[in-house]
Design a protein around this ligand. Structure first.
Ligand SMILES: Cc1cc2nc3c(=O)[nH]c(=O)nc-3n(C[C@H](O)[C@H](O)[C@H](O)COP(=O)(O)OP(=O)(O)OC[C@H]3O[C@@H](n4cnc5c(N)ncnc54)[C@H](O)[C@@H]3O)c2cc1C
Length: 371
């Protein structure tokens, strides 16, 4: 069998790419190892408004809840609140399934229960029971990408995120508690119940999930990339979404960066064929590099602090609640950083010079990566 573009993985990144490329006339084949797209799901489904706008298809039927208040809680219990519409909670299974169907109705050939197993040659993939030759292969196969491995890329550093649906109500609020460094737990609305989850060490996650007294269903989760890959393309391959490590550094949300990547890749491939792949990388970094660099630096800063220091940072940030309220967006989580007056930033630096130094080094590293 032959195809112009072989997409491996029928999650949001793969189906978005397949939708766009097939609607532009390419012959696209998308292989998914599972028998059913979207199940089991592993996501909280919290989407900011940019992410929703950038999806190739969207239905209000997917929306389970709205988030109009967020509370961030320090390890010692200090709180900072935001009151404004921040996000919608969507059913990721429905979203992934309907985006897959959108790709098929745009002309893509979809193959379920068809894992990518490796390469026969640079232009031929071995999938279950078949060999598929292609001009371009795209790994949209998650953080442990087999496509990345087949092209000799290193395994991504990952961290664990788990959650569980529980009985209870929290209205339209999202509450985040900092556990340690940049690890956090959360409770969010999920239709007529809640989801409780955490990102961090297995033990601390299980403690959070264990606090859910009336669980519904199983524990869900996945490995989340710690940072984007510097390069996520090569001669005739590209990676999108979690396979490329394209997640927001602070919340670890990946949908926005994944659908952006798919759009940019489709445009550049249409414009320049395989020679457009380097423009894909350059444009992705141009658009998202600032958020990644500042987010990674902020995260490095947090990871250098003790719980007591984190409480002090909350005390410090309380002076800027107005700025945070006004400028924080789910899809632009670092915007408040550039609004804090310089003299106050200096005060923060003097409070924790070592943490600041580490954050600056991370910032420089990320700036080099995004060039
Ligand atoms: C607990 C948790 C909560 C999260 N909450 C949010 C959130 O609220 N908002 C947000 O934006 N992001 C969130 N994320 C992150 C988000 O879920 C991911 O970034 C996003 O789903 C990545 O999409 P993807 O298509 O790149 O990868 P995936 O969704 O992982 O899709 C990859 C697909 O590839 C398939 N596949 C894998 N290997 C092969 C193979 N060899 N052959 C064929 N198919 C293969 C898989 O079966 C899968 O269907 C969360 C993650 C976790 C773990």
């Amino acid at each position: 069998m032959r195809t112009d573009v072989l997409v491996v993985g029928g999650g949001i990144a793969g189906s978005t790419l397949a939708s766009i490329l097939s609607s532009r006339g390419f012959d696209v084949t998308i292989v998914e190892r599972r028998p059913r797209v979207g199940y089991p799901h592993h996501c909280s489904g919290i989407l900011g408004f940019d992410a929703i706008r950038e999806l190739v298809t969207f239905s209000e039927d997917w929306v389970l809840s709205e988030i109009n208040h967020a509370t961030f809680i320090s390890p010692g219990g200090l709180k900072i609140g935001i009151d404004k519409p921040l996000a919608k909670v969507v059913d990721r299974s429905m979203m992934d399934l309907e985006t897959w169907e959108h790709a098929l109705s745009s002309g893509a050939r979809g193959m379920l229960s068809t894992p990518f197993k490796g390469l026969k040659s640079r232009n031929e993939a071995i999938v279950k029971g078949d060999t598929i030759s292609f001009d371009l292969i795209v790994g949209a196969d998650g953080s442990l990408s087999s496509v990345a491995r087949a092209f000799g890329l290193r395994r991504l550093e990952t961290e664990l995120g788990l959650q569980r649906r529980c009985e209870g109500r929290i209205g339209d609020e999202y509450a985040v508690r900092i556990l340690r460094g940049s690890n956090f737990s959360w409770i969010q609305p999920w239709g007529d119940c809640v989801k409780v989850g955490a990102i961090g060490e297995f033990g601390e996650i299980m403690e959070v999930i264990g606090s859910c007294k009336s669980p519904i269903g199983k524990i869900e989760g996945n490995l989340i990339p710690r940072r984007p890959r510097k390069r996520f393309y090569g001669g005739n391959f590209a990676l999108v979404g979690d396979a490329a490590g394209q997640v927001k550094p602070l919340s670890r949300g990946g949908v926005l960066f994944a659908v952006r990547a798919a759009k940019i890749l489709a445009e550049e491939f249409e414009r320049g064929g395989l020679s457009g792949l380097s423009s894909y990388g350059r444009r992705w970094w141009e658009i998202n590099g600032r958020e990644v660099a500042l987010g990674m630096a902020a995260r490095r800063y947090l990871e250098s602090l003790s719980s007591r220091d984190l409480d002090n940072i909350f005390l410090f940030l309380r002076d800027f609640e107005d700025i945070i309220q006004e400028s924080f967006e789910t899809d632009r989580q670092t915007s408040p950083l550039s609004r804090v007056p310089k003299a106050k930033v200096l005060k923060l630096i003097l409070m924790k010079p070592r943490a600041t130094l580490r954050a600056m080094m991370e910032l420089m590293r990320q700036m080099v990566v995004s060039w």
